[in-house]
Design a protein around this ligand. Sequence first.
Ligand SMILES: *Cc1c(COP(=O)(O)O)cnc(C)c1O
Length: 394
Amino acid sequence: MSNLQQLDKTYVANTYARFPVEITHGKGSEVYDTNGKRYIDMGSGIGVTGFGIADDIWQKAVCDQLSKVQHMSNLYYTEPCAKLAELLCLRTGYKKVFFSNSGAEANECAIKVARKYIADRKGEEYNTIITLKNSFHGRTITTLAATGQDVFHKSFKPLTPGFVHAPAGELDAIKELTKQYKVAAIMIECVQGEGGVVSLDPDYVKDLAAFAKENDILLICDEVQTGNGRTGKLYGYMHYGITPDIVSTAKGLGGGLPLGATLLSEKVQYTLGYGDHGSTFGGNPVCCAGALSILERMDDHFLSEVEEKSRYIFRELQAAPGIESVSGLGLMIGIQTKAPAKEVLLKCMEKGVLCLTAKTKLRLLPALNIPMEVLQEAINVIKTVCAEMEETIC
Ligand SMILES: *Cc1c(COP(=O)(O)O)cnc(C)c1O
């Protein structure tokens, strides 16, 4: 084991089973390790670096801001924060934005807003939030409670009370829960990312949104992973013809710097008042300047290219040898491989392609601007590996 790996294993908390690869630098969708080996990055830091590594325009925006002011408390105004909030609202129709630093925090804000909005109207006992089984909403004690997967819960109880889970796709189960509990909100991911890249059924989502509206229950979309162009639209809910009351996002928003945002619709825009919520780093000018440089470039043309690359991946991999099925939306792709996904991932890594997994699937979250020829190279490697591994199974 190298010195770096030894050092990391000795001093960094044991929460990550890292692969024995030391990445030193990169450009766009290509990264290099300490041995000078080149990899195509099909994970983009788990859907974070939407414009790839060290993108020129993003880098300039960040460095320019860094040389002006790197941080001010939220006691004062700074331009990138206000401009980013404006752009997010103009592009989505939402009315206000609360900035934080991560997906879990963006969800915490969404939960606080939902609880307060409903408490002010119906009473504090209406505090239950329904989320879906197999969902993922974060690692804090509250967002763990929201996460509908027992594996993440064990050893950390008691979790924050007030969360119940319904099987995805079954509206009747949600209706039943609203009879048993006094419900404030329903929170969903339009495409369950960590849960295996599973998109929710469009009719189910529409019916669920209508049901929530009729019953004065708020709808929250967790767009931490699906947001910021990942699915081929600016936000995943835009595929479904719904308007959630609250949208949370993070991952791709800052282009690689930590930034979370919670978008508030007209209905809930004044729910939080002075002192109700806050964050020391939230809305950091450097992170927001980076985010502006990302969001400004996500126009219809750019998003149509994301969809085109998505169609290419589906076309190439669906029904390819060693592959059972392909799921997902845009450049959020899950591949059910015949050989175990982890083994496919290792083989791809050996051949210079970095992939992710989600549950039993191989998962791809490439940079949204990955050049077509680099994407083709990576997909060819994945196809070859899946085909070869199918032969060894048989
Ligand atoms: C990654 C993720 C989170 C958690 O984000 P962090 O930035 O790690 O806190 C929450 N929800 C979804 C859907 C995610 O994919």
